[in-house]
Design a protein around this ligand. Structure first.
Ligand SMILES: N=CN[C@@H](CCC(=O)O)C(=O)O
Ligand SMILES: [Zn+2]
Length: 401
């Protein structure tokens, strides 16, 4: 079945050859985008959808979330709003609730969060383990994540559980736990921060996971300057996330990591993924997204949806914040939340080993993941903050909303 979406007021493709087109049309053929162009020249299709002059964007690509958890941390949030600062210790509260939840309950909760994201335009979703923190519960979290997310990341190195020796726990993360999650995950991550994993422990985790054939990601430089960015670049991680506290050397390392990449071939660098909703919820200084872009770093914006630091799956909220408070243009912020997220997951081009099409931009042959706003332009995301602007969502060519 083919579908013609016509009368699109603003088509923001994030495809550099096409750019943004007005009075445009798109044809979907099954799960793929088959045609893009001037509405007056659109070919016929089996069905026609009139966009009524609305804006059409790629679906959001949320490259950083933690959806596999049970329990509630409202009290911690309230304490933070009253002046307490965030520390990694709250992860243990979610760990206890997650371990106590049944498979059915954990799956139901995760699916509910993914559905909430999809209804707001998120059509491609990464999620992580990291609230199990023993072999059985990390493997269970990975299995559940693989049943509901597009990309799954192993985050056994999220927190050293109370009572465990940090070096022994790091051994477990690098050994038995890694073997148990391996069938379900494509990526590995480590929280390299004071109070979580030291640079030496993080290095061990990254090496073991790289040796196991996993792609790498790092939670780094969230609560202070540290080794996260340097380790991520050294190990060729696909992304380093948070990046609130950066030295000039960190920024230069990230920019330099892209110097041999020409947009297609060449060695890929490390994407800097900023998490604006997390920065607001933890009252951290906002990550320096403007400085990173100006330095030539590839940028992604993600929700970091999790029970502790960022309990929202709204990518629109993140984009709005990036424009209003991080000083990105609407085009830059939308790009970082679509194409940038796809780049951070290695999914912005080509077809992956499972035959999945590229996501994050509207281009012929890419997966038909589309987000229509109830507005004439994407500028309304920042101009009308807080207004639920999602009008329609297509995922792999299927109308989801
Ligand atoms: N910073 C580390 N991990 C999560 C928060 C985990 C939690 O507090 O539950 C994050 O990305 O912000
Ligand atoms: Zn996170």
């Amino acid at each position: 079945m083919s579908e013609l979406i016509t009368n699109i007021g603003e088509l923001m493709t994030q495809n550099l050859e096409v750019g943004t087109v007005h009075n445009a049309a798109v044809v979907l053929d099954g799960e793929r985008i088959a045609w893009i162009g001037d509405g007056a020249k659109a070919p016929a299709a089996d069905t026609v959808t009139d966009a009524g002059g609305r804006a059409l964007l790629p679906g959001w690509v949320d490259s950083h979330s933690h959806l596999i958890f049970a329990g509630d941390r409202t009290a911690e949030f309230e304490a933070r709003m009253a002046g307490e600062s965030y520390s990694a210790g709250g992860i243990a509260v979610s760990m206890n609730a997650t371990r106590a939840a049944s498979d059915y309950e954990l799956t139901r909760l995760a699916l509910g969060r993914a559905a909430e994201a999809l209804s707001q335009g998120t059509t491609y979703l990464e999620t992580k383990t990291g609230y199990g923190l023993d072999v059985e519960n990390e493997a269970r979290s990975a299995r559940i994540a693989a049943s509901m997310a597009d990309e799954v990341t192993y985050l056994g190195a999220h927190l050293v559980p109370a009572g465990s020796d940090p070096e022994d726990y790091t051994d477990l993360v690098c050994g038995q736990m890694l073997r148990a999650v391996r069938p379900y995950v494509k990526w590995a991550d480590v929280f390299c921060e004071t109070g979580a994993f030291t640079p030496a422990q993080s290095r061990r985790v990254l090496q073991a996971c790289a040796d196991a054939g996993l792609g790498l990601r790092v939670h780094g430089n969230q609560l202070g300057r540290g080794a996260g960015v340097a380790l991520a670049v050294e190990f060729g991680a696909a992304s380093v996330d948070h990046v609130n506290y950066l030295s000039d050397d960190d920024v230069a390392l990230l920019a330099g990591s892209w110097s041999a990449w020409d947009g297609g071939a060449g060695t890929r660098g490390t994407v800097a993924t900023v998490l604006p909703a997390c920065d607001l919820s933890t009252r951290q200084p906002l990550a320096p997204a403007r400085r990173l872009l100006d330095a030539g770093v590839q940028l992604a914006i993600a929700s970091n949806c999790n029970p502790g630091t960022s309990y929202t799956s709204s990518m629109a909220y993140c984009v709005t914040t990036a424009v209003l408070q991080m000083h990105l243009s609407v085009q830059e912020a939308v790009r970082a939340a679509t194409w940038g997220g796809a780049l951070a997951l290695g999914r912005e081009t080509g077809v992956d080993l499972d035959g999945r099409r590229a996501v994050g931009s509207i281009a012929v042959g890419h997966r038909a993941d589309l987000h229509m706003l109830n507005a004439p332009s994407a500028t309304h995301l920042a101009y009308r903050p807080g207004i639920p602007l999602t009008h329609a969502v297509w995922r792999a060519g299927l109308r989801e909303r």
